[in-house]
Design a protein around this ligand. Structure first.
Ligand SMILES: NC(=O)c1ccc[n+]([C@@H]2O[C@H](COP(=O)([O-])OP(=O)(O)OC[C@H]3O[C@@H](n4cnc5c(N)ncnc54)[C@H](O)[C@@H]3O)[C@@H](O)[C@H]2O)c1
Length: 248
């Protein structure tokens, strides 16, 4: 019960890592507001939790929607302590095919979405010395070929995390990024386009080549640790949970 009575928002909670984070935080005693653009999936997640959770329709690429979920958390629970920015999209493709609309979609969800949530939440986190955990990726630390927009967005998430960690260190708000390698979620079931050099992708992502793939709960354990007081000295970290993928 490391997060007893803390109020937490989890985005992307309808599926995969976001769902596992919601389950873990609820088990640790947090009071949850969970959001996703897939409301049905988020309601399903709420049904799996030990405690009651508020479910919100959320599009992280929309500023008003991000403000609304933050307002809902504060109105419902009177405070906000933890924000887990987990929502994200993957889009494999040759750079020649990544037109402006594909680029914009990935950046607006994965990077601008984190920006919107941090902006909306920060005024409430400051008085609580709260914390933000942003889901980046190993692709935030190394390049993944045929994944240009995603790789750029996740590098951006780590940069934003580091800048905010410094800017808000005096207020005691900790901001960290988590960088998983491959995790068994619906995101990884996306069929890659046939016209890419798959061998090259596998070299950059060793887990695709028969290496061990993580479970969503592995990532949720790290998020819960970073949200807890045990991580009180950790801020501005890009915390890898990738089985060593980016170590060599
Ligand atoms: N699965 C992996 O191998 C892996 C590895 C590294 C990082 N990640 C990151 O982890 C996070 C979660 O991914 P996952 O693997 O659980 O994928 P997932 O597809 O299972 O879940 C992503 C969730 O985000 C939601 N979402 C997408 N766009 C949204 C929007 N605009 N507003 C609100 N919600 C939105 C989806 O509806 C879905 O519920 C992502 O940020 C992803 O980039 C995943």
């Amino acid at each position: 019960m490391r997060l007893e009575n803390r109020v937490a928002i989890v985005t992307g909670a309808a599926s995969g890592i976001g769902r596992a984070v919601a389950r873990k935080l609820a088990a640790e005693g947090a009071r949850l507001v969970i959001g996703d653009r897939n409301v049905e999936g988020a309601e399903e997640t709420a049904g799996m939790l030990d405690a009651n959770a508020v479910v919100a329709a959320l599009d992280v690429s929309d500023e008003a929607s991000c403000r609304a979920i933050v307002d809902q958390a504060v109105e419902r629970h009177g405070a906000l302590d933890i924000v887990c920015n987990i929502a994200g999209v993957l889009d494999f493709g040759r750079f020649a095919d990544v037109d402006r609309s594909r680029w914009d979609r990935v950046i607006s969800v994965n990077l601008t979405g984190v920006y919107h949530m941090c902006r909306a939440a920060m005024p409430h986190l400051i008085p609580r010395r709260g914390t933000i955990i942003n889901m980046a990726s190993a692709a935030g630390l190394v390049g993944v070929p045929y994944n240009s927009a995603y790789t750029a967005s996740k590098h951006g998430v780590i940069g934003l995390t580091r800048a905010l960690a410094l800017e808000f260190s005096k207020e005691g708000v900790r901001i960290n990024a988590v960088c998983p390698g491959g995790v068994r979620t619906p995101m990884l079931e996306q069929a890659p386009p046939e016209d890419i050099d798959w061998q090259m992708v596998m070299r950059s992502a060793s887990w695709l080549d028969g290496g061990e793939i993580a479970e969503p709960s592995d990532i949720a354990d790290t998020v819960a640790f970073l949200a807890s007081d045990e991580a009180r000295r950790i801020t501005g970290a890009a915390f890898t949970v990738d089985g060593g993928q980016t170590a060599g």
